[in-house]
Design a binder for this molecule. Structure first.
Ligand SMILES: [Zn+2]
Length: 322
């Protein structure tokens, strides 16, 4: 399918005939009066900000009348959202944008089925880690129109400051090269010799593995020469079965360490860390229209069966003639 900007008439049709305020997820409607809303009316960025809605009926009327180009709400809860004042807490957010993936199997230049599927794979890992390693439960997955948002509302994480959120992101995407001495379950592992995957956190090993599996020869990695990348690509099928032997460097661990470091650095851009550490960010409102691509920002109930090209396409796109 082709991505085309929605016309003002199409936006009106969407908000007046298709959109329902009940499509705004419960986790937002329940805290509506504590959130700041922002709108972009002309496609030039969200400059109508500091909006507050006392209840969903006010939001419904606003959307019907204004039919905005884009709508956003804050991840933060405030005492005075109309002044962005009295910060109480913020959702922890992971933004996986298909068009910004560091390693891509497609060459589409924006987004397509291939990179959206790849983004989904990353989201799946994030959900696994949040639920498995961190034991979090109050998690929502949103299709943003060009990628995915993972939004966490567990009370344990919502008061966290930016610095801790930054550390969580690094851990989640495997951007933190584990220290050479590493303690877990009361044991101290000495990792001087860099023997992946022994003693490494599972998430880091898995992430590095996936990066290696997606590598292509054209990639530029800082401090890593082309030959090493070629060797790694040649042998990479082996790591599917966790056979890391051929990946160890005979001349000592240093060159290998550089590869891991570079991959870790690359992993940092799997999610937009700026979004995760920003306590006052506004995020595209689920149920609203992403007008640039004419797709619905949609809350996802089942990630495995979710298909953006079936579940996030507004009626007016299906009715377009050209
Ligand atoms: Zn693509």
């Amino acid at each position: 399918m082709e991505f085309k900007t929605a016309t003002p008439q199409e936006r009106r049709q969407y908000y007046r005939e298709e959109w329902d305020v009940k499509d705004v997820p419960r986790f937002i409607r329940d805290s509506l009066y504590q959130r700041e809303f922002g709108f972009d009316h002309y496609g030039r960025g969200p400059n109508d900000r500091y909006k507050v809605f006392r209840n969903s009926d006010y939001l419904r009327k606003f959307m019907r009348v204004r039919t905005p180009f884009a709508a956003y709400s804050s991840v933060a809860f405030y005492e005075k959202p109309n002044r962005r004042d009295g910060w109480l807490k913020s959702e922890l957010v992971f933004d996986v944008d298909a068009k910004d993936l560091p390693v891509r199997s497609c060459e589409c230049g924006s987004v397509c089925e291939i990179c959206l599927e790849q983004a989904k794979e990353i989201v799946r890992d994030i959900l696994d880690t949040l639920q498995g390693d961190f034991g979090l439960k109050n998690i929502y997955t949103i299709y943003s129109g060009r990628g995915y948002h993972v939004r966490v509302l567990d009370e344990e994480v919502m008061p966290l400051d930016s610095e801790v959120r930054g550390q969580i992101v690094k851990y989640m995407v495997g951007a933190d090269v584990p220290r050479s001495k590493y303690s877990r379950d009361g044991m101290t592992y000495n990792l001087e010799h860099f023997t992946i995957p022994f003693g490494y956190p599972r998430v880091f090993t898995e992430r590095v593995k996936k990066s290696i599996l997606h590598l292509n020869e054209d990639i530029m990695l800082e401090d890593v020469n082309k030959k090493l990348v070629k060797d790694v690509i040649k042998n990479r099928e082996l790591i599917l079965n966790n056979q890391w032997g051929p990946f160890k460097n005979k001349k000592g661990p240093l060159r290998y360490k550089k590869l891991i470091k570079s991959l870790a650095f690359l992993n940092l851009s799997l999610v937009d860390a700026k979004v995760s550490i920003d306590l006052k960010r506004i995020l595209r409102l689920p149920s609203s229209l992403h007008s640039i691509v004419s797709m619905k920002c949609t809350e996802i109930n089942n990630l495995e069966t979710f298909d953006p090209f079936r579940d996030a396409v507004p009626k007016f796109v299906q009715e377009r003639k050209d």
